[in-house]
Write a protein that binds this ligand. Structure first.
Ligand SMILES: NC(=O)c1ccc[n+]([C@@H]2O[C@H](COP(=O)([O-])OP(=O)(O)OC[C@H]3O[C@@H](n4cnc5c(N)ncnc54)[C@H](OP(=O)(O)O)[C@@H]3O)[C@@H](O)[C@H]2O)c1
Length: 364
């Protein structure tokens, strides 16, 4: 059997548990090192996963030099993603980049240059592309189940707050940037994914107009919807609601929102309208089912949990390993993720100019 690909997981927090477990389960990979700011965190992740003979580091550059590292998972808070990705690429490693990939378009382009120069493979954790319902719907769309898409709606509705270990980084303007960037980028990516008809095709946005609002910015309270009461909390430094209209190069129009103010459990509603049928979450109406008199319901795993253990990281990482082995680019690589993130940065530009923003963004 060929030598296994060695994995370094950097940033030993919540999401790293799933990267470690996915690479542990893949027969072609093994986690050989874990690094983090605190040694105890890296050690804890290694111990929980039962990793043996694994390198534990607090120095990222040293971790990159650990023998046998082929793939680096960047699982640190978002403000480090650009710097961590560039260092991994310069060390010649393939990179798994957690979303959001960067805090500015300038950072995104620096990452793109480093990856191109190093000729390494990348994948960005827009993990919902491997959600079983998403996979089923995309396969059906590719077989013309709803014809050509003309309208899509996706929404990231999540009362994200201090229960999240990453909250103190994400809630601040300087380190989190915006609601679309921190969490809503998942909905933007899904919007692109379902505006594209091909099974592995994401549509290309050409123009964005957006509004932001909500009520949580500056509020030192957060609602616990399970206890049904307000509790003290550290405030968001940006608007909790963003809504964008997106025009795509294939003629489709999309509406995407991120809503951190919603007082309810996490949901990720999805609507796709084609000229031969419609999708509403796991319900389908299609010209292919001439006898249907009610929605055809697909029994599947829906994108209805924010827990990382529910997210299909295994599918994402297995796909990435296959890309590395077969020397092919992932549909969810850095170049593609930049297109998704540009919608979020365009929304921010729109709040300033109050005008539609053309994509791709102008290089500054
Ligand atoms: N794709 C998805 O669906 C998904 C889901 C969840 C999160 N994420 C993304 O994943 C990233 C991490 O989120 P998380 O929930 O795992 O957050 P988290 O629990 O706060 O974990 C981040 C870890 O990074 C470490 N860290 C912080 N600063 C560091 C530094 N300068 N150098 C090295 N390590 C550092 C911290 O470890 P120490 O204990 O060592 O300080 C912390 O535990 C975020 O960008 C988030 O948006 C994506």
């Amino acid at each position: 059997m060929a030598k296994k690909l060695g994995v370094l997981v950097h940033g030993a927090g919540w999401v790293s548990t799933q990267h470690i477990s996915a690479y542990n389960n893949n027969p072609h990979t093994e986690v050989v090192a874990v690094s983090s700011r605190k040694r105890a965190s890296a050690q804890a992740r290694a111990d929980e996963a039962g990793l043996q003979n694994v390198g534990i580091y607090t120095n990222y550059q040293r971790a990159l030099q650990h023998p046998g590292v082929d793939i680096v998972c960047v699982c640190t808070p978002q403000r480090y993603h650009a710097k961590n990705t560039i260092a991994a690429a310069e060390a010649g490693k393939h990179v798994v980049i957690e979303k959001p990939i960067a805090n500015s378009p300038v950072e995104m382009r620096a990452m793109q240059r480093a990856v191109k120069k190093a000729k390494v493979r990348t994948i960005v954790s827009f993990v919902l592309r491997w959600n079983p319902l998403f996979e089923t719907l995309k396969s059906m769309m590719a077989e013309d189940t709803i014809g050509d898409v003309y309208y899509v709606e996706t929404d990231y509705q999540h009362d994200i707050a201090s229960w999240w270990t990453g909250w103190d980084e994400a809630r601040k303007k300087r380190t989190g940037v915006s609601a679309f960037i921190t969490g809503g980028c998942h909905a933007i990516d899904a919007l692109r994914w379902f505006a594209g008809k091909g099974e592995f095709e994401a549509a290309t946005p050409v123009e964005v107009f957006a509004y932001s609002g909500g009520f949580r910015k500056g509020l030192k309270k957060e609602f616990d919807y399970i206890a049904n009461k307000w509790v003290d909390g550290l405030p968001l430094e940006y608007d909790d609601l963003e809504v964008a209209l997106v025009k795509f190069s294939n003629g489709a129009v999309g509406k995407v929102s991120v809503n951190y103010g919603c007082i309810m459990p996490y949901t990720f509603p999805l609507e796709v309208f084609g000229n031969k049928g419609t999708i509403k979450d796991n319900k389908v109406w299609s010209h292919k089912y001439p006898g249907q008199n009610s929605w055809v319901e697909i029994p599947s795993i829906l994108p209805d949990s924010a827990d990382v253990s529910h997210h299909p990281f295994q599918g994402q990482m297995d796909h990435f390993v296959e890309c590395i082995q077969k020397r092919k680019e992932s549909h969810a690589n850095l170049d593609d993720a930049i297109i998704t993130h540009e919608v979020a940065f365009a929304a921010l530009e729109c709040y300033k100019t109050k005008k539609p923003v053309k994509l791709p963004l102008r290089k500054r």
